[in-house]
Structures are given as structure tokens and as C-alpha cells.
Write a protein that binds this ligand. Sequence first.
Ligand code: UFG
Length: 328
Amino acid sequence: MTVSARKRILVTGGAGYIGSNTTLQLLDAGYDVVVVDNLSRGHREAVDPARLRVVNLLDTEGLVRVMSEAPVDAVIHFAAYIAVGESMKVPELYFHNNVAGSLSLFTAMIRTGIKKLVFSSTAAVYGMPERVPILETEPYAPVNAYGESKVMVEKMLQWFDQIHGLRSICLRYFNAAGADPAGRVGESHEPETHLIPLLFRAVRTGVPVTLFGDDYATPDGTCIRDYVHVTDLASAHILAVEALSAGRPSAGYNAGTGRGFSVKEVLQAVEEVVGCAVPHSIGPRREGDPPLLVANSDRLQQDLAWVPRYSDITTIVKTGWAWELRKN
Ligand code: UFG
């Protein structure tokens, strides 16, 4: 994929996990990229300094200045807080940063005439769906403030389309995992709450990881999730930008593989890759964990010709483990 006119894409949250992977893929594909990140949770070293603008999303004037440096073709909006547990302790943080921050961004886009947006949404907009694999027609029913903050932005975008003609594609990620196969960027959350990096940490440190419940109504009693490789998620964003450029109307798409893995199956995959046992114990359920979350992503595959190439569990774990070793 090459871009003849070197279209400029503004990436918010480009110093974060999925944002930094997508930025590299955009550059590989020939796009020009400018990253806006306040570095509150992202990593400065994940972005080429010449491309980084340290601006807070709530600073509308600052965003307008970045957007006015050179014509921006589209925005990919990753910047957000993502910790479900934290969102249930300090929801104000989530509504302030994720909702008010997005509103500020869209305001700056309207002021500078940018009318294409790809938005990082989440499976958490569906809450605890009864029908699995989950279709995009499933109603919004978030069960935490994080998911609600994403629903609010998705709804805001529908009005911005209707009133201002700002077209958007919302990608509802399932469980993002793995690292850049070339080893350039990967996952580094602080504090880390995600299963796969915590399994790696247990291997490295010998401190057991707790599996949250083994009494769910699933075949082995542990929760099932749809793990999707970050490189495949990145490619979905590029396809979304291309689709908007080709005139596709606003839409929301699930980004997952349609195949679920239980916590114990993931643990086993990690053991196979690292070649030793993962120290672990079984603890109580974590509040708010749905037993089964698997995407139906047919629409993304059909409409945008998205093909996940790296999302088999072994590739996810291998690339993630290589990053874990490099990082430490
Ligand atoms: N888990 C453990 N032990 C841990 C951490 C996780 O057993 O120490 C289990 C969880 O209970 C869950 C599975 O591993 O069953 C995956 O948990 P993660 O925290 O890695 O991911 P979640 O499925 O909870 O959350 C992900 C995204 C969220 C998003 C959500 C959508 O990280 O941002 O999917 O439902 F909101």
C-alpha cells in the first residue's frame, strides 16, 4: 500500500499502545503522520520526536494550531483512558478526558474543516450481551463508566455527521493483544491490568498471577475473550481511513476474530511459547467480567476488506513475549 499524495493523518494518542502501532503502519504505508498526545499515559519514546505535538485534547486552540500546520486529511482518535476498574472509582476522569476531550477534538476539526474521523471504540459498549458472537446491531448497554464514555462519543458522532457532515468509522475493539512483529512498539500500561502482559510478568518475576474465577459457565470455567492482534487492529484503521476517503458513510464495526479463548487456554498458549509453567493461582471473579465476549466481525471484513493476519493466539503470544523481553 502506498499513498501517492502523502496524505497527512493526525493521530491522537499516538504514543499509546494501539496508537503507536497504527502510526508506524501509516508511515510504512506512505502516509504523513502528526501525533497529538499529552503523554499522561503514553510513552514519549514510542513516537518520532519530529512528529509529536504534546497537546492536551481539552486544549481546543492547541489542537487547531496543530491542524493548521499543514492540511490534515483525516483524524484517528485513540487518546482516552481505558481502565475499566478505574472508571468505576473515578468516573469523572473518564467523562472529562474521554467525552469532553473528544468534544474538544471534534470542535477543532469542524473549525479547521476536517471531516473524516476513525474512532477507537470498544466491545464494552455492549456490556453483557446475551447473543454471542456479538453483532453491531446489538444495543448499547455498557456496564461501566469507561464503556459509557465511548457510547457517549459514538452518539455525539452521529449528530456531528448529521449536522456538520463529519463522517466517522467507530472500531469497537475486542481484546487488543500482541506487539509489532518487527519489535518496534508494544504494550506497556502502568498499572497493567491485561491478562497476557500479566502472564508474562508472572513468568519473568515468579510472582503468581491470579486467574479471576474458574466457576463460570464455560467449558473450563474461565472467561472467554476474542483476542485480536494489534497489527491487525492497526490495519483496520488504515482501511477505515481509505473507506472514508472513498466516500463510505459513517458506521460502527466490531474488530475481533470471531474465535474465543478462555483464560486457561491463553495461559497454556503462553506456556507453550515461553517453554515453562506460568506461576498462577485461582482467585475470585473480578466484578463486571462477562463470561463470554466474542465478536462477529463479518461486516468489517466485508465492507472494508479487512483480513486479520496475525491474530492467531500463537502469533499474538510470540510477538507479545518478544516485546516483553525487549522492554525488560
Ligand atoms: N484476567 C485474569 N487475571 C488478570 C487479568 C485478567 O484472570 O490478572 C482475566 C479477566 O478476568 C478476563 C480476561 O482475563 O476474563 C481478560 O481480561 P483483560 O483485563 O485482559 O481484558 P478485558 O476483557 O477485561 O477488557 C478488554 C479491554 C477493555 C474493554 C473490554 C471490553 O481491555 O478495555 O475488553 O469488554 F473494555
